[in-house]
Ligand binder design. Sequence first.
Ligand code: NAP
Length: 213
Amino acid sequence: MEDRVHAAISDGSRLGIMGGTFDPIHYGHLVAAETARTEFRLDNVLFIPTGIPPHKVSRHIADAELRYTMVELAIKDNANFKVSRIEIKRQGPSYTSVTLRELHHIFPEQELFFITGADALKDILTWRDADEIIRTTNIIGATRPGYDASGFLEELYVRFPFAQSKIFQMEIPALAISSTDIHFRLENNKSIRYLLPEEVRSFIMNNNIYRDK
Ligand code: NAP
């Protein structure tokens, strides 16, 4: 299965890597991936749901296979989007540096662009092998409207001056939608319709994924 996914994206020269917990995936993530694809002329975007996020080892998140299936349902009508189990299959915390090392090895000819939320990236200096990540990979931070990343970027550029040509920001108004808000709505019996693809919403409801919410 992974081999088929890798073969399908091995042709291009610029590959987006969309990293996230996706608990659950929603339209904000999809718009961010599509905007990155077009603005950065990416041939494909590979969604990588985290297995065990290193910063969330003690927090409850939905089962990895369920999050993977929700991503699969959400992207199935976009031929340039694929999803990978690379982090789900790995034992232990999902370190981004390990994932990127593996992907550079599988796609040695492709330029990689790691796309994620700017809120997550602001902590990148604390991530394992942060300097290696920034040296080897372009980073795209998707921001919510009104989010100001300048403080974190200044600190980052002091530590790693070369990062100035490797880190990009992209404002995504659709990121006003958030997984946290979807949890809140489920908890309060509010509708989540139109915040995420209908098939994902049905899957959540039919499988009672956030039943404690
Ligand atoms: P998070 O802390 O759950 O999310 C932080 C913020 O970023 C949230 O507002 C989230 O919105 C948003 N976000 C997350 N992924 C996004 C995406 N792909 N596109 C747009 N917005 C996104 O972060 P996370 O999802 O667990 O982690 C994000 C990525 O960073 C993952 O690939 C993770 O493995 C990596 N990471 C690596 C390390 C490490 O290697 N040490 C540490 C932390 C994170 P929603 O809640 O709406 O998604």
